[in-house]
Design a protein around this ligand. Structure first.
Ligand SMILES: *Cc1c(COP(=O)(O)O)cnc(C)c1O
Ligand code: SF4
Length: 339
């Protein structure tokens, strides 16, 4: 069976909200759909209890059936390795809880604030640094927007507001529109940045009306997507990115360097080329944050530096992402150099 027929999304594509509520959350169901044996994934049910499994069906279409080592499957499948405790891996590795002057607002870097607009995502990435984040108390819910906007209003050095999460594009058009209106009414804010994995996870969300909401204010709009592997981008995602590009949005990509997923210069350079074909430039390649349960994704630092050297040989400079890591209390992401 060719993988594109696993779910036929072309002839009758349900709307994005329906696709979200239809997401797969049961590890055994996922294995069955992919014709994989539970024996290859011991403790997957147990591992999905503290952080649920979640992926939309359109993502399953991009996973190769019968391949337990598929790089897309690795990103979403709960595994026994998550239950191991490593002393250097913590619950809040980047110090987010200490950088919140208003619930859901992170002001760590000069000129930029990041808003945790929702705890929800369209997919649960097993390596996510926010997997332990207490979202219910700490997202900038609609009731708190007044405080959030007030804080930004009072800090005239803030010129860029980043909508993050979770994934800000799970918010309804209505909410996004109101939030963007509120931000654009603050004179010193000039850039709206959206950090979202949705263009490559739930491309049906990228409608014309969304593109128009993101671009109709006076703010300059940047969308930073999150793709880790070229197989995540098929025609559907390419189309979604095209839609955003045509609306005049600058598109960038951030990836996380993940063992067994993209720790290979052929895969990373393939990703850069594919992004470029979608008018999206590589931005950051993140060293994995040391979040408990993700230690099996760690790529040794020397290997990461070697990969960057290979990438610089293979790619034009503008397609080489910057290798960075995030440390609590630092004033920016830190570039990782070497060799
Ligand atoms: C990553 C991050 C930003 C944005 O950093 P850039 O280097 O501008 O991409 C802003 N605020 C917080 C809290 C961040 O984690
Ligand atoms: S989409 Fe982003 S925030 Fe959500 S689980 Fe994945 S990495 Fe984490």
């Amino acid at each position: 069976m060719p993988k594109s027929t696993l779910f036929n999304l072309d002839s009758h594509t349900p709307d994005w909200q329906k696709q979200l509520s239809d997401a797969i959350t049961d590890p055994l169901e996922l294995l069955k759909l992919l014709r994989l044996s539970p024996e290859d994934f011991p403790a997957c049910e147990q591992a999905s209890k503290p952080f649920a499994l979640k992926l939309p069906r359109s993502y399953i279409n991009k996973i190769e059936p019968g391949n337990p080592d598929d790089p897309l499957l690795k990103q979403v499948m709960a595994s026994a390795a998550e239950l191991e405790i490593s002393p250097t891996y913590t619950q809040d590795p980047v110090g987010d809880m200490k950088a919140m002057p208003v619930p859901g607002l992170l002001h760590k870097y000069q000129g930029r604030v990041l808003l945790i607009t929702t705890g929800a995502c369209a997919i649960h990435c097993r390596y996510c640094f926010r997997r332990h984040f207490p979202y219910s108390e700490n997202h900038s819910s609609k009731q708190q927007w007044k405080d959030t906007l007030g804080y930004i209003q009072q800090h005239s050095d803030i010129n860029e507001v980043i909508l993050s999460g979770g994934d800000p594009l799970v918010l309804s058009n209505n909410k996004l529109e109101q939030l963007i209106e509120g931000l654009s009414a603050i004179p010193h804010v000039n850039t709206l940045r959206i950090h979202s994995r949705i263009p490559v996870i739930l491309p049906a969300r990228i409608t014309d009306s969304l593109a128009s909401i993101l671009t109709k204010s006076r703010l300059k709009t940047v969308v930073v997507i999150h793709a880790n592997h070229p197989a995540e981008i098929t025609e559907l995602e390419q189309h979604a990115l095209q839609n955003l590009h045509q609306a005049g949005i600058l598109l960038l990509n951030q990836s996380v360097l993940l063992k067994g997923v993209n720790d290979c210069s052929v895969i990373l350079s393939g990703l850069s080329h594919k992004l470029f074909a979608c008018n999206t430039l590589p931005y950051y390649l993140h060293i994995l944050d040391k979040v408990q349960g993700a230690q099996h994704f760690e790529v040794p630092r020397q290997k990461a530096i070697q990969l960057m050297k290979e990438l610089r040989h293979k790619l034009p400079g503008y397609l080489v992402p910057e290798l960075v890591e995030e440390k609590a209390a630092e004033k920016s992401k830190l570039p990782v150099y070497g060799l």
